[in-house]
Design a protein. Structure first.
Length: 271
């Protein structure tokens, strides 16, 4: 795909409108960036990046291109979402090609949909570049299939944070026969485990936490759903991390095959 030249001018001499790319950077390893994502980064006039964009990927940002952190962590936002939306519109209208880099995929718990709605409403040219979402990249790298014949007929992605988490249908989650993947759930592991067990999930259901998925310091810790919160606390697991619940977790020790560019991940499997 050919990207437009940077900061071009219209024929009448005025600054031509720019464009915004909402780029999914994947789970962290630079080798998992798509070619399309890398081209958008390399052709940007301005880069705005999130908390989950790894140092390895940030090292690929062109040195001559200004880049700024606009990420969010729990209870600490560098910029409010509505202000960020307005900033994207403003910079594009000023003629800049803006690369908005997000961890994972922009449309999976990344507010990419909100940003695209704001851009389209303002008449700004915008494009979404898909990325490998953490649920797929991190579980595969850890040897945990999201689906597996006889064990899981589907997968469900859930955020453990947000305005509507209290409305989760725990009975449905516990009975789906799906692999459950909880984003942003480390600090709420006890709540997740208790809610699933109270909804009827067997306490012996395999569960895992994947910390720093697809990065050089990835850890995969395996337990059962009843004991996972204690394991997370014992091992001092920190974000970014995914909680995976389901029978497919039992395959981790067998199916994990270290990939080129990754360190051994299943260093410690706790029963």
């Amino acid at each position: 795909m050919v990207y437009p030249p940077k900061s071009s001018r219209a024929k009448n001499g005025s600054v031509a409108a720019g464009k915004v790319w909402l780029v999914g950077a994947g789970p962290g390893n630079a080798d998992l960036l798509t070619i399309r994502a890398l081209r958008a980064i390399e052709n940007a006039d301005l880069i705005l990046f999130d908390q989950l964009v790894s140092d390895e990927i940030r090292a690929l940002f062109p040195k001559q291109v200004p880049h700024f952190y606009v990420g969010k962590v729990k209870g600490q936002h560098s910029i409010e979402q509505q202000d960020l939306n307005a900033l994207l519109v403003k910079k594009a209208r000023a003629g800049l090609n803006v690369c908005r880099v997000k961890g994972g995929d922009p449309f999976v718990f990344g507010r990419g949909g909100e940003e695209l709605l704001a851009l389209l409403a303002a008449g700004v040219d915008a494009e979404v570049v898909p990325g490998i979402t953490a649920a797929s990249g991190c579980t595969t790298n850890a040897g945990i299939p999201l689906t597996h014949r006889g064990l899981a007929q589907g997968c469900t992605l859930v955020t453990a944070q947000g305005e509507k988490e209290a409305a989760l249908n725990w009975q449905a989650l516990a009975s789906l026969n799906h692999t459950l993947v909880f984003y942003m759930g480390v600090s709420r592991a006890q709540w997740i485990a208790e809610s699933l067990i109270n909804a009827g999930l067997d306490t012996n259901t395999p569960a895992a936490v994947i910390e720093n998925g697809c990065r050089h310091n990835q850890r995969v810790l395996v337990s059962d759903i009843a004991n996972l919160p204690a394991l997370i606390q014992l091992e001092a697991v920190t974000s970014p991390a995914l909680i995976v619940v389901g029978q497919v977790v039992s395959l981790a020790a067998t199916l994990h095959v270290p990939a080129a560019g990754f360190v051994e991940t299943c260093q410690r499997l706790s029963a």
